[in-house]
Every structure is written in structure tokens, then in C-alpha cells.
Design a binder for this molecule. Structure first.
Ligand SMILES: Nc1nc2c(c(=O)[nH]1)N[C@H]1C(S)=C(S)[C@@H](COP(=O)(O)OP(=O)(O)OC[C@H]3O[C@@H](n4cnc5c(N)ncnc54)[C@H](O)[C@@H]3O)O[C@H]1N2
Ligand code: MOO
Ligand SMILES: [Mg+2]
Length: 413
């Protein structure tokens, strides 16, 4: 007699796993490897940017009052007493009727209060001295890039928990973070189960299929910011599976298996949980696909038993494993972003349970529109390649029509 399984709602299942989350630690990574990592400390400006008033143009630094009487036909002649580029400093003070030739990024010399662009000047030499003819009047503080105008010291720039992007890397570099504090990535074990599986580099034989789930999950783990540790696939053999799974549980933060969680004669995971004394949090979720998704714990370590059907495995991972990885990484946002979108085609099946269709969304004329990414069967793999969201249709509904509003869960960052 089969043991009856009680399906629980998706949100209840997510709640049960999240009570087991572990928060990771902080580690340091070289700034050249910081992209896509999660910042583990708030980034606060410890100095102004720019740190000094500087020139935004190639031109001349001068005293604006010297240009008060400049008119188109009566230019003002100033003596050029210095010449600096970015990285150099003019150490004297600019006096009456003097100018310093200055390049973009160089600090404004003392006494100067404005910059004139090269294009509005003519340089000439006379008696071994340099002069510049100024053709335009300037205002006090005209064309100055001021200290602190970009960032003021003390400003909170990026919150911990933010995923680091190239723009954040620019800030980290600006403030001298050669080593960046980031959340340590969880190490997550992956085991595929099933005597029908051959590895990706092996030829197919009658009755066999290639193991695609393990590699799919390795990609999902990488996308989620975890470190996958692949332990290969196991045949449907109890003794061998028990030995391997108990050993692997010691080496990882969590373990994911795929396959063998349903009620078939060779679905060994239920017996494995029992033999290992695991606490099964749930073994049936009111959803399609992935209804047989099982999550157990052994000594508070999560053991995910995802379905063998590729689409069910994929959905089970994103709904139940990904939020735990987000917690581990102390991310500011947990789980997939949700949006409302317009259905672009009819979807007429009934939905006895919550349905998560592998979908594709795009922005058309400023609106989010979505449609299934392909055939909607849990044992199919093709539609996964195109999917960039799940279309959620609540249980107890039927017959969604083109134009209906639906909730979508976004898969990408
Ligand atoms: N009598 C019932 N049969 C089934 C039920 C049920 O409630 N009663 N549930 C069905 C549902 S729903 C699903 S989903 C599957 C779940 O099956 P398992 O998780 O036990 O997975 P397996 O039996 O091992 O494999 C199912 C299917 O997936 C293929 N598979 C397995 N591993 C991989 C892999 N690594 N890469 C690619 N494909 C894989 C496997 O060959 C099977 O075709 O059970 C239904 N049955
Ligand atoms: O768990 Mo199954 O995926 O509902 O198809
Ligand atoms: Mg099975």
C-alpha cells in the first residue's frame, strides 16, 4: 500500500524551508573578481569625490574679475605663468592678469576661480613670455568641477546585500577596496539518481537518456550565486545511495538530488530519508510541475529531493532552493522578482493546483507581455531553454485568455 501524501500550498512549503536557512559568512575577494558577488558591508564614502576642485576642460585657469571687460572686439591679454596636466599641481597663487594653462582633471590653482576652454582663447609668445588672449567674459566659479560635487564624504553609497555590478565596482575602486567584503558562497552538492542515466560525454544506449538535470542545476546554482559540487549520478541502488548521500552531506552546505522521489518501484529517496533518519518537511506540493518535490533535513542540513522530470526539477529549484541561497548570501532581495504581465495567448487548461508555466516575457510598447516558452509538460526539456520567467496561474482556476493579467516570476537577475 502506498503511503498517502498530503499536498501543501506552495507558500507553506517555502515557509517550511526558510526556517532552516543558514546565513553565510563574510570573505574577501579581489576587486577583479567582485562582479556578481554580494556586498557584505555597507559602502560609505570616506572622502569627497572629487577630492579637490578641478578643471572639467582643457583650457586656462584664471581670475574671472580679469575678464569683466572682455568684449568680442577687445579681448583681454593674460600672462601664462604655469602649465599643468591632470596629476600635477601649480604651487603658486595666480595674481592679477595671470593665467595657468590647465588640462582636464588638474586641480584649480590658488587664486583662480574660473576656467576658460581652449577654443575661446588664442595663445602667443612675446619677448620669451607666454600670453593668452581671452575672448569671453567668465563668471565667478564658471567651469569648475567642485570638491565633493560627485560624492560627499560620509554618504551611504551601496547597501550590504546588493549584487555587485560594474558601476558598484567603479565606486569600490574609487574608495580603495582592492579586497572587497562579500558574502561567502554556499557549497551545494548535486547528485543525479536513476539507472537510466548516462553522462553527457557517453553514447546513448536503448532505454537510456543523458543526465541533463545535474548540468541544468549546476547552471541554476551558478546563476543563483552558489558553488555547485557535482558528485555524479547514482544507479537506483539503496545501499550505494545511502553510503554516498551520508558521506556527501558532511561536505556541503546543502545537498540536492534529482529523481526517485515519486512512488515508483525504483524511487528510492523516500526510503533513503527514512534510513538516514531525515526529517521530511514535505513530500508533496500543490503545484504543477514539481508536485513530488520533497525537502528533508538531516541535522539541520537541507536535503532537496527534486523531481526527475526536467521541468519539475527546474521549477522546484527556483521556488525552494533559490530563496535559501539568497538568504545564505544575505541578499537584500530574496527569491524571484514578481511582476504583472498580459498573457499574449490563450491557456485553456484547468489548474487544479498552482501552475508555474515556463514562460517568456518581453516589453512591448512599454507593457510586459508573456506567453508559454513551449510545450507545458513536466517531463519536457525543450521549453526551458527559452524561459525567462514562470507564469503563475493559481489553483482552482481554468481557461486563461489572451489579454488576461497574470503574475510572472522573473528568472534572471
Ligand atoms: N503513479 C504515479 N506516478 C507518477 C506520479 C504520481 O504521483 N503517481 N508523479 C509523476 C510526477 S508528477 C513526476 S514529476 C514524476 C517524478 O518522478 P521522480 O522524481 O520519481 O523521478 P524519476 O522517476 O527518477 O524520473 C522521472 C523522469 O525523469 C527522467 N529523469 C530522471 N533524472 C533525470 C536527469 N538527471 N536528467 C534528465 N531526465 C531525468 C527519468 O528518466 C524519468 O523519465 O513521477 C511521475 N509519476
Ligand atoms: O511533479 Mo510532476 O512535475 O507535477 O509533473
Ligand atoms: Mg519516479
Amino acid at each position: 500500500m502506498l503511503n498517502e501524501r498530503n499536498p501543501i500550498p506552495v507558500l507553506e512549503a517555502i515557509k517550511r524551508v526558510t526556517t532552516y536557512y543558514k546565513k553565510g559568512e563574510t570573505e574577501y575577494t579581489a576587486i577583479t573578481n567582485a562582479h556578481n558577488r554580494v556586498l557584505a558591508e555597507d559602502l560609505i564614502a570616506d572622502h569627497d569625490v572629487p577630492l579637490f576642485d578641478r578643471s572639467p576642460y582643457d583650457g586656462y585657469a584664471l581670475r574671472s574679475e580679469d575678464t569683466a571687460e572682455v568684449m568680442e572686439k577687445t579681448p583681454k591679454i593674460l600672462e601664462v605663468v604655469g602649465h599643468i596636466g591632470a596629476g600635477s599641481v601649480y604651487h603658486k597663487k595666480i595674481e592679477n592678469s595671470q593665467a595657468v594653462r590647465i588640462m582636464t582633471g588638474a586641480p584649480i590653482p590658488d587664486g583662480a576661480d574660473a576656467i576658460i576652454m581652449l577654443e575661446d582663447t588664442t595663445a602667443f609668445e612675446e619677448d620669451g613670455k607666454s600670453f593668452v588672449s581671452i575672448k569671453k567674459a567668465l563668471q565667478h566659479h564658471q567651469n569648475i568641477s567642485f570638491q565633493g560635487e560627485d560624492v560627499t564624504k560620509g554618504t551611504a553609497l551601496v547597501k550590504k546585500g546588493t549584487v555587485i555590478n560594474p558601476g558598484i565596482i567603479a565606486l569600490l575602486a574609487t574608495f580603495g577596496y582592492a579586497q572587497v567584503p562579500v558574502s561567502k558562497k554556499p557549497v551545494i552538492g548535486v547528485i543525479a539518481t536513476g539507472s537510466e542515466l548516462v553522462e553527457v560525454d557517453q553514447p546513448l544506449e536503448p532505454g537510456k537518456i543523458r543526465n541533463s538535470n545535474a548540468y541544468m542545476m549546476i547552471g541554476q546554482l551558478q546563476r543563483a550565486g552558489a558553488i555547485p559540487k557535482y558528485y555524479g549520478s547514482l544507479p537506483d541502488n539503496l545501499a550505494e545511495s545511502l553510503k554516498k548521500i551520508s558521506k556527501v552531506m558532511q561536505e556541503v552546505d546543502f545537498l540536492i538530488t534529482t529523481g526517485g522521489v515519486s512512488v515508483g518501484d525504483f524511487d528510492l529517496l523516500p526510503e533513503i530519508y527514512q534510513e538516514l533518519g531525515a526529517d521530511v518537511l514535505f513530500n508533496k506540493v500543490a503545484m504543477r510541475p514539481g508536485s513530488v518535490t520533497t525537502v528533508a533535513t538531516i541535522n539541520d542540513t537541507l536535503l532537496y529531493g527534486l523531481s526527475g522530470n526536467p521541468s519539475a526539477c527546474y521549477v522546484g529549484f527556483e521556488l525552494f532552493t533559490r530563496p535559501i541561497i539568497d538568504y545564505f548570501l544575505a541578499k537584500e532581495t530574496i527569491g524571484m522578482q514578481q511582476e504583472q504581465a498580459t498573457l499574449a495567448v490563450d491557456f485553456l487548461k484547468t489548474n487544479p493546483f498552482d501552475r508555474f508555466i515556463r514562460g517568456r516575457y518581453e516589453i512591448k510598447n512599454g507593457l510586459l507581455v508573456t506567453e508559454p516558452a513551449g510545450k507545458d509538460k513536466s517531463n519536457m526539456v525543450h521549453s526551458l531553454a527559452k524561459a525567462n520567467c514562470f507564469i503563475q496561474l493559481p489553483g482552482g482556476t481554468e481557461g486563461y485568455k489572451k489579454g488576461d493579467q497574470v503574475t510572472i516570476h522573473l528568472l534572471g537577475e
